[in-house]
Design a binder for this molecule. Structure first.
Ligand SMILES: Cc1cc2nc3c(=O)[nH]c(=O)nc-3n(C[C@H](O)[C@H](O)[C@H](O)COP(=O)(O)OP(=O)(O)OC[C@H]3O[C@@H](n4cnc5c(N)ncnc54)[C@H](O)[C@@H]3O)c2cc1C
Length: 385
């Protein structure tokens, strides 16, 4: 059986980053990934902020976008374009591979094609059995293993409050497509409980949606593609899911959670790369402190959950309020709400203050200019002012 200081389960962006940070601080780190290739299959659209790009380093950028077209269930879209790029589209598979490679370069041992199937944690060790083979004995296990985290189950921690199934397809980018814009489609018949999107990468358009569990995501996606893009061929088709809400705790005895496993995801957009990378930094700091002082009890690691809440909790709780309001809107409400956003001063405020990592920061400037929006939930919206 191999021994190490830290076993990181999952080589997504959060896991690879935490593995790299701990390896470069001198810990013996094993990075366990169930797939034989890091980064595949890809279910992510790869839309990230400039802030995320700087955390990622030398990642390959495929396109930049500076605005959005929001399509109500019926009627004309609302177009909002900023003067400068607001987000970039990256090659997600290459990004994950690069982050994992950086971890290896810093000394982490990569265990590819190994699925952590049995995780037992006790006062003295964390033991991870892998399929098809391999067994690890670690002082600390970090669950960066995504939505169905096995580490989370072993810790006995509850999953995030909601898990929204999502599907995504790539189609050839239409010739007339505005490559500087992202499309958002809302409506209860389009994507109940969330929204659909079309994002231009370099040669392809990434079309996807998430919706309430129990709805037919694939049929909804097919319908959207047919309506907007006719008989465009599907170049790829993938499924995933978006966790909504932080897990109550991201720590346990000799264990920490990071990324999707801990619900480090923006509830309004489903974007998780930025928050996963941010919390990976906090996770590495917490792990380093605990390993150095040998304080690996649940109590000893509790500061990590608090640190994540301090760093991202406020934005997440404001975004959850906005999501609560969004899901309560009928199709007619959505149409009216988009109409209230059409005046030039509101559009200008959204273009200026819009930030995909901190969407709740839009609430104040928008509500001041479009007070008519208050009618949808005065109590909830007042809390955002
Ligand atoms: C359709 C869709 C579109 C999205 N688009 C965007 C976007 O445009 N921008 C954005 O910021 N976010 C987006 N997201 C969210 C983003 O993909 C996730 O938040 C992000 O991947 C989370 O990173 P992570 O490292 O926590 O987990 P993951 O990237 O899910 O990585 C977890 C890794 O753990 C591995 N694993 C799981 N279980 C085990 C096990 N038992 N043993 C070994 N390995 C295991 C998996 O194979 C995987 O490689 C999207 C999500 C979906 C579903």
């Amino acid at each position: 059986m191999k021994r190490c200081d830290v076993a990181v389960v999952g080589a997504g962006p959060a896991g690879s980053r935490v593995a790299r940070l701990l390896a470069e601080r001198g810990f013996r780190v094993a990075l366990i990934e169930e797939h034989s290739e890091v980064g595949r299959p890809v279910h992510c659209t790869g839309l990230v902020s400039a802030r995320t790009l700087s955390l990622l380093g030398r990642v390959q950028m495929l396109n930049k976008v500076s605005g959005v077209r929001a399509f109500p269930p019926e009627g004309k879209p609302l177009e909002i374009v900023a003067h400068e790029p607001k987000a970039a589209i990256i090659d997600r598979a290459a990004c994950d591979a690069m982050l994992a490679q950086e971890a290896v370069e810093k000394g982490a041992e990569m265990m590819l094609g190994k699925k952590a199937t049995e995780i037992t944690i006790n006062e003295s060790r964390a033991r991870i059995k892998c399929h098809p083979e391999g067994e690890l004995d670690a002082r600390l296990v970090i669950g960066a293993d995504g939505i169905s985290s096995a580490v989370r189950r072993a810790m006995g921690a509850a999953p995030p409050a909601e898990l929204l199934p999502a599907v995504t397809a790539e189609i050839p980018i239409p010739v007339e497509w505005r490559r500087d814009l992202v499309d958002i489609y809302v409506g209860r018949k389009v994507a109940p409980g969330f929204f659909a999107w079309a994002v231009p990468a370099d040669k392809v358009l990434r079309v996807g949606l998430a919706s309430n569990p129990g709805t037919q995501q694939l049929a909804l996606l097919e319908r959207l593609i047919k309506k907007r893009f006719g008989d465009a061929p599907r170049l790829s088709l993938n499924a995933g899911a978006i966790p909504i809400g932080l897990t109550e705790r991201a720590h346990g005895l000799r264990s920490l959670l990071v990324g999707d496993a801990a619900g480090h995801v923006k509830p309004l957009s489903g974007g998780g790369i930025y928050l996963g990378l941010t919390c990976a930094g906090l996770c590495a700091d917490a792990a380093e402190r605990a390993l150095n002082s040998d304080k690996l009890s649940e109590k000893g690691l509790a500061g990590y959950t608090r640190a994540c809440k301090r760093e991202i909790g406020k934005e997440l709780s404001r975004s959850l309020k906005m999501r609560k309001l969004f899901v309560s809107l009928t199709d007619e409400d959505m149409r009216v709400a988009l109409d209230l956003l059409r005046p030039a001063d509101v559009v200008a405020a959204v273009a200026l203050h819009g930030d995909i990592d901190f969407p709740s920061r839009l609430a104040k400037p928008v509500l001041h200019r479009a007070p008519g929006l208050m009618r949808f939930s005065p109590k909830l919206l007042k809390a955002l002012l």
